[in-house]
Design a protein. Structure first.
Length: 303
């Protein structure tokens, strides 16, 4: 069997992608242990400890030259600054949400992500939408309205995660670099401010790294692997799977986050959530079925 998405799904790609989404699904359990650490400090360590892993992978792949070339291109560098800013904001919202008992909102945001990406494709890239896709997007938007009315506020965590990740994915398309090279470039750009912030915290006696609990230090170092490893695994897996397969597997992570929020963290699942989440699930079902039908029709046309 070929390892290309066009010819089917490779077993290695399927295992890597499933592992990636499961790791992302378990991430709230890790981040909850750092709930007493300010999100800004957590993000700084996510950046700093991701860098050596990303660099090691690039050296193994012998692709460091691509990142070096990108650093000498002002336009490409400016695009990378935008994607780096968006991903850091996304991380910040996520870490804050888990630490402040809003993991359920985070799950909602990641459920909505695929539908928002389709919406962006239609509005910004002029991609044509089928009736099922329009219905799915409308249903998801209605679910957000229901939450806003029932709770008396906009679900800012869910909306923030959806917007930042959707815009990040859109801008990332304009970056002429592979996923690992792009991630390394983003981390390189974020490293100077992250390092400066950690030094400032340390100088002011506010750092949780190597200053208080040894467990805190271990967890902060662990922010690197839990950030970089799933992203690199995903980058590898995406090349070996069809888009329709990835589209289905991506629901693993928010489902695990949802179950963790309700069953382990004990976050309230009230009337608003009881109405909105089934609407989101129905929208995702409509979207997934339409995507699978479209993929099947394309395969039949090719054969």
């Amino acid at each position: 069997m070929s390892n290309t998405p066009q010819s089917g799904d490779s077993l290695r790609g399927l295992v890597l992608a499933t592992t990636t989404y499961v790791l992302w699904g378990f991430l709230p359990l890790f981040m909850k242990q750092l709930a007493h650490v300010p999100p800004t400090e957590v993000i700084a360590h996510r950046v700093l400890w991701s860098l050596p892993i990303a660099l090691a992978v690039l050296l193994l792949q012998r692709r460091w030259a691509e990142v070096g070339a990108a650093l000498r291109q002002p336009r490409l560098l400016a695009m990378a600054v935008v994607t780096a800013a968006l991903i850091s904001i996304n991380w910040m919202i996520y870490v804050w949400a888990v630490g402040n008992n809003h993991a359920l909102d985070a799950a909602l945001g990641y459920y909505i992500n695929p539908l928002f990406s389709v919406f962006m494709g239609a509005t910004l890239l002029r991609e044509r939408l089928g009736r099922a896709q329009v219905a799915a997007i409308a249903l998801a938007a209605l679910a957000v309205v229901v939450l806003t009315v029932q709770l008396g506020r906009l679900p800012l965590v869910a909306v923030g995660l959806t917007l930042t990740w959707g815009l990040y994915a859109y801008c990332k398309k304009s970056l002429p670099l592979g996923p690992t090279q792009g991630f390394t470039l983003e981390v390189l750009l974020l490293t100077p401010p992250a390092l400066a912030y950690v030094v400032w915290l340390t100088a002011g006696g506010q750092s949780h790294f190597a200053a208080g609990s040894g467990w805190d230090t271990i967890l902060l170092i662990g922010c690197g692997p839990v950030t970089a490893v799933p992203l690199i695994c995903y980058a590898t897996a995406a090349k070996q799977l069809r888009l329709s397969t990835i589209g289905i597997l991506q629901y693993i992570a928010p489902t695990m986050i949802f179950l963790t929020a309700v069953l382990i963290f004990g976050e309230p699942f009230g009337t608003a959530q009881m109405i909105a989440f089934p609407m989101i699930w129905a929208a995702l079902l409509i979207y997934t079925l339409s995507m699978l039908r479209g993929a099947g029709a394309r395969r039949r046309a090719i054969t």
